[in-house]
Write a protein that binds this ligand. Structure first.
Ligand code: CP
Length: 310
C-alpha cells in the first residue's frame, strides 16, 4: 500500500516537487479527479497550517474531509498484547480498522514524547496505524519527520533559487520550549535529494540523529555557515543526545539582519509557528526577502500533489 510518511515512500521526489509546482501554476488548480473519496485527518496535537492546507488541498480534489481532534476524549493503546485495564479505552487495532471503514486515506499528526527517544524514533503511533489501517496513511507530522512541510519547502526553494545549485543553510535557533526534531530531520532528508549545497549549523549539543546528517556538512560557526548562503532556514530543535532537553548555548543564535548581511542576499525560511525576536528578529521576518508566507502557501500544493499521487 502506498503511504506518505517519509521521503523513502516516494519513488521520485523531484517528480512530486514538479507536480506541486505544476498544480500551483495551473490555470485550473481544482480537480474532481478523486471526487467522492474521503480523507480522515486525526490530530493528536494542534495545528494551524497542516490542518488548513491539507483540508483545502483535499477540497481542491473534490474529496470529503473529516477532521478529528484526537488529543481529547479517550486514549488509544498502541502496544500489542497489553492488558487494557488502565486509562486507554480502545486499541489501535480497532481504532485504525474502524477509521478505515470511513476513509480512503488517513492523515495522522502525532508529536514525540521528547522523553523516550527509542519509542519516539520507532514511530510507534504512525507505524501502528500503518499496520492496522487498511487504507494509505499520510503523515501530518510524526514523532521524527514532517514530510509534507519538507515537500513544500523543497517546492519553495525550487521556485526561488537564484542559481542552479543554491547554498541552503539549516540553522538551529533558540526557543523557550523543547521542540521536536521532526522538521530538521525531514528537511535534511529532502535537501539531500535536491541539487543544493546543504550546510547544517548548530551549537555543540544540538547534533541531529546520525542517520539524517551522515554525509551532510556541519559547521558549528553560524557566521561562517551563513557566508554566501542563498537560503537561510531557521528552526529550533531540542537535544537528540540529551534527549528532549532545551539547548542553551552561550552565544546568541537568533537570526538577525547583521547575520543575514553575511549571505548572498539570502531568502529567509521558517516552517512556522515562529517566536519573534527569539528565533529570528522582526526585521528579518518583515523583510521582503522572507519566504514564510510562500512556504505556507506551498503547503496546499504539496498536499494536493501527495493526495493526488496516493
Ligand atoms: N508548520 C506546521 O506544520 O504548522 P502547524 O503546526 O500549524 O501545522
Amino acid at each position: 500500500m502506498q503511504h506518505f510518511t517519509s521521503i523513502n515512500d516516494v519513488p521520485n521526489p523531484d517528480a512530486l516537487i514538479q507536480r506541486a509546482l505544476e498544480i500551483k501554476r495551473g490555470p485550473n488548480r481544482k480537480s474532481s479527479f478523486v471526487n467522492r473519496k474521503s480523507l480522515v485527518l486525526l490530530f493528536f496535537n494542534p495545528s494551524l497550517r497542516t490542518r488548513l492546507s491539507t483540508e483545502k488541498a483535499a477540497q481542491n480534489l473534490g474529496m470529503n474531509v473529516i477532521t478529528m481532534n484526537a488529543d481529547a476524549g479517550w486514549k488509544i493503546e498502541f502496544e500489542d498484547g497489553t492488558v487494557m485495564d488502565g486509562d486507554k479505552a480502545e486499541h489501535v487495532r480497532e481504532a485504525a480498522g474502524v477509521i478505515s471503514q470511513y476513509a480512503d486515506v488517513i492523515g495522522i499528526r502525532s508529536f514525540p514524547t521528547l522523553k523516550d527517544r527509542d519509542w519516539d524514533y520507532a514511530e510507534v503511533v504512525l507505524n501502528q496505524f500503518k499496520k492496522y489501517a487498511t487504507v494509505p496513511v499520510v503523515s501530518l507530522e510524526s514523532a521524527t519527520l514532517h514530510p509534507l512541510q519538507s515537500l513544500a519547502d523543497a517546492v519553495t526553494i525550487e521556485e526561488f533559487k537564484p542559481k542552479a545549485r543554491p547554498k541552503v543553510v539549516l540553522t538551529w535557533a533558540p526557543h523557550v520550549r523543547a521542540l521536536p526534531q521532526a522538521v530538521p530531520n525531514s528537511f535534511v532528508e529532502w535537501m539531500k535529494t535536491c541539487d543544493v549545497e546543504l550546510v547544517v549549523t548548530h551549537p555543540p549539543g544540538a547534533e541531529l540523529a546520525p542517520q539524517f546528517v551522515d554525509s551532510v556538512q556541519v559547521e558549528h560557526d553560524q557566521h561562517r555557515a551563513f557566508e554566501g548562503a542563498d537560503f537561510i532556514y531557521a528552526k529550533n530543535w531540542s537535544s537528540f543526545t540529551d534527549y528532549g532537553q532545551i539547548i542553551s548555548p552561550k552565544e546568541n543564535w537568533m537570526v538577525t539582519p547583521e547575520k543575514m548581511a553575511l549571505t548572498n542576499n539570502a531568502r529567509f525560511m521558517h516552517c512556522l509557528p515562529v517566536r519573534r525576536n527569539v528565533v529570528v528578529a522582526d526585521a528579518v521576518l518583515d523583510d521582503p526577502r522572507c519566504l514564510i508566507f510562500e512556504q505556507a502557501k506551498n503547503r496546499e500544493f504539496a498536499a494536493q500533489a501527495v493526495l493526488e499521487w496516493i
